[in-house]
Ligand binder design. Structure first.
Ligand code: PMP
Ligand code: GLN
Length: 383
């Protein structure tokens, strides 16, 4: 008989992204569930990877990331958010945003601490908080716009509150924070020891000329924030798992204490290639919102004749849809049936809630080429 295991996460199964991508593969369905592009990374970037692989950049990189890449991240941060950062003491390259989020939570959350998260919340936050001995306080975003109810945040803050996790642009709803939100946040956290964890992986995927409201924009927020991003989203290479964390020196010092034992360092040739790419093509990230806005518009245009109802996403490469005029099945069941019978996989949104609301929502990923978008929406318009 197998030895009994005292699970630290007894209620946690395999993530919905793995479950739905596997189901899509098993059924031969078009996979609009897990978020990843189905088009190539820029050719110039691939050329730089090959160059650095052949040049021998195949050993451990420095623990905090190669200086060239940290420097480029500092340049980008200054250019986009007006914040000057010291690349040696305030920028850390991580193994994707997932590792950065985990390391940040482990570094600052002690047993008994509370962390405010907003539902629907990205699925890695709550388990990481619990593994650190903390407690996630789930506050639902307000419908229909998925804005933050700041009164509820104010009510939830107490001496045990150590962190607030903010995700903008927001996965899975596509909502974005406004500058008024940042002002409310600043008011609420002043005179507290609350640390802000900004999940800003979609910082460059934001539409309709809206500026991304980074925690790095304001001194009063940046001084207590860790801002996390991911090259997976920005350069269409989710499989490289290269992300980063920008934070003031006192927070970065603690962050690196964990990072060095979770990951130690990040894949070297990709870091060199990314540093070259950012240095040579600074306009790339400026163009990205337009690139993805065209995809969003195309997907919404193709889906418009269907019975799904939706409001076009303000950011991210996801579109939230309501399927209540098609079916009253629970979303997990409907997403499975859609994959098996219609041949399109999506993510059921209830899994991102502590207490799922009665709504019937699915999330589709539109980071796909024209032929995938056309084939998927043809199927979706038939039900
Ligand atoms: N946060 C959010 C909101 C995400 O959507 C993702 C991945 N799609 C991550 C974090 C993790 O990013 P990475 O793949 O770089 O680990
Ligand atoms: N963040 C991606 C999504 O939202 C998935 C990442 C993962 O599979 N861990 O689809």
């Amino acid at each position: 008989m197998a030895q009994p295991v005292d699970s630290k996460l007894p209620d946690i199964g395999t993530t919905i992204f793995t479950v739905m991508s596997k189901l899509a593969a098993d059924c031969g369905a078009i996979n609009l569930s897990q978020g990843y592009p189905d088009f190539a990374v820029p050719e110039r970037l691939l050329e730089r990877v090959i160059h650095h692989l052949r040049a021998g950049q195949n050993q451990y990189a420095p623990m905090a990331g190669i200086p060239e890449l940290r420097q480029q991240i500092a340049v980008k941060t200054e250019h986009l958010y007006g914040r000057s950062t010291n690349p040696d003491t305030e920028v850390t390259v991580t193994s994707g945003a997932t590792e950065a989020l985990f390391s940040a939570i482990e570094a600052f959350i002690h047993p008994g601490h509370e962390v405010i998260v907003f539902d629907p919340a990205y699925d890695s936050y709550d388990p990481a908080i619990r593994l650190a001995g903390g407690k996630a306080i789930h506050i639902p975003l307000q419908t229909p716009g998925f804005g933050i109810d700041w009164q509820r945040v104010d009510d939830a803050i107490n001496p045990a509150t150590r962190m607030i996790i903010l995700n903008t642009p927001h996965n899975p709803t596509g909502a974005v924070l406004t500058s008024d939100d940042l002002s409310m946040l600043a008011d609420l956290v002043q005179n507290t020891d609350i640390i802000l964890l900004g999940d800003e992986v979609y910082e460059h995927i934001i539409f309709d000329q809206q500026p991304h409201q980074s925690l790095l924009l304001r001194d009063d927020l940046a001084s207590r924030s860790l801002a996390i991003s991911s090259f997976g989203k920005t350069i269409h290479a989710t499989g490289w798992k290269v992300g980063y964390c920008v934070a003031p020196e006192n927070l970065t010092t603690e962050f690196r204490k964990v990072h060095q034992f979770v990951q130690f360092c990040v894949v070297a040739p990709m870091q060199y290639a990314l540093a070259d790419f950012l240095a040579n093509e600074p306009e790339y990230v400026i163009e990205l919102p337009k690139f993805y806005q065209r995809k969003r518009d195309r997907f919404c245009e193709l889906l418009a004749p269907s019975r799904f109802t939706f409001k076009a996403s303000a950011g991210t490469y996801f579109q939230l849809v309501d399927y209540s005029s098609i079916s009253d099945e629970p979303d997990v069941d409907f997403a499975r049936r859609l994959t098996r019978e219609i041949g399109v996989a999506a993510i059921p949104v209830s899994v991102f809630y502590e207490r799922p609301p009665p709504q019937q929502w699915l999330r589709f990923c539109f980071a796909k080429g024209e032929s995938t978008l056309v084939a998927a929406t043809e199927r979706l318009c038939k039900i």
